[in-house]
Design a protein around this ligand. Sequence first.
Ligand SMILES: Nc1ncnc2c1ncn2[C@@H]1O[C@H](COP(=O)(O)OP(=O)(O)OP(=O)(O)O)[C@@H](O)[C@H]1O
Ligand SMILES: [Mg+2]
Length: 386
Amino acid sequence: MSLDQLTIHNVRNLRELRLEAFERTNVIYGANGSGKTSILEAIHLLGMARSFRGTSAKTLISHGEAACVVHGVGTLSSGRGRYSLGVERRLNGELSLKINGEAARTIAELVERLPVQVINADSFSLLTGAPQARRHFLNWGVFHVEHRFFPEWQRFQRCIKQRNSSLRRGKLAGQELQAWTRELARSGSMINEYRQAYFNDLAPLFREIVGRLLPQIGSLELRLRQGWDKRLSYSEALEATLNSDQEKGFTQLGPQRADLKVMVDGHAAADTLSRGQQKLVVCGLKLAQGRLMRALASRSCIYLVDDLPSELDQAHSRRVCDELEAIQAQVFITCVERNDVLRVWPNKGEKLAVFHVEHGLVESELEQSSAPQLQGNNRESQSSHE
Ligand SMILES: Nc1ncnc2c1ncn2[C@@H]1O[C@H](COP(=O)(O)OP(=O)(O)OP(=O)(O)O)[C@@H](O)[C@H]1O
Ligand SMILES: [Mg+2]
């Protein structure tokens, strides 16, 4: 799964941009405000139909325009052919998705085709922020390796909505409540099983990767809280909280309350690690997902790495780059100065594509890794695309 070319229309300051000749590793550099993050956002839009900046479509669309459009052409893993994706977001909230020229109905179809992972200056918030982001992280991973997960997840969402509505209707909903509780217990247990199986594979990979990124860190543990007392079946837990659920009018326990926790020497990583260490732990989580996806589904995700040096010293940036390189996934990585990434990217003789962004326009160059120290390297400069 890799992206070969990208056309961007009206994403922030990128009015009309065509990028091509991507390599496995793509370095995007330029001054503050030039449009680097916007390029990553455009790729994210193509894979997730939304930005990773958590802002509405309104702020993503260039000022004064009614819509933004991103179109991408890529190659499927192990040479299984080419694909094209298109996403249009309009100011009025409309969203249209195309896969190989045909209209797609759901965002999940897009997500399945172009799995993207973001590592940026906000990444630490996966540890320190609300559990919803960690559930999303977990679901994303399971979605890509277990094809039964998504339909079950949709069933689970439907069941919990119906059960909550029955709970709010009180005694009137007696039999209906029983039926939805049974169905929710079944579906929630399946979701939990898929997550547990995924977690069991993820945890050792995570520990291994963080062990390389942060060798001094101490004893590291990744925990999964399933969302109810693990000594009980989900059905038993629902039974035990039935009265209280009825009083409150919603289902208190279940996979919708699951959470992941990282512990270091018995303390929560979110409370004890430095900002840079937190970023590295989150990198460990995201890199472990990429590895697992490759191992279990023979597919790879695309890493969008924004401003790697923020919070990281050179030695740790280098370790993250080593891991990214080893995963053999396609990487788009931004920095301000051309050499910020090139000086820490591993020298494996691989060609890197380098793009210089200026005021929303891009010039592309090719570079052999690892550049700055090897002045004599071949350096073909390609003509500007804009
Ligand atoms: N909706 C919009 N319409 C037009 N321009 C916008 C819009 N939203 C943001 N911009 C501008 O787009 C430019 C590019 O922003 P972007 O965040 O991509 O820059 P960057 O190269 O990542 O900068 P930095 O190095 O500071 O992170 C900025 O000048 C910003 O003010
Ligand atoms: Mg930026």
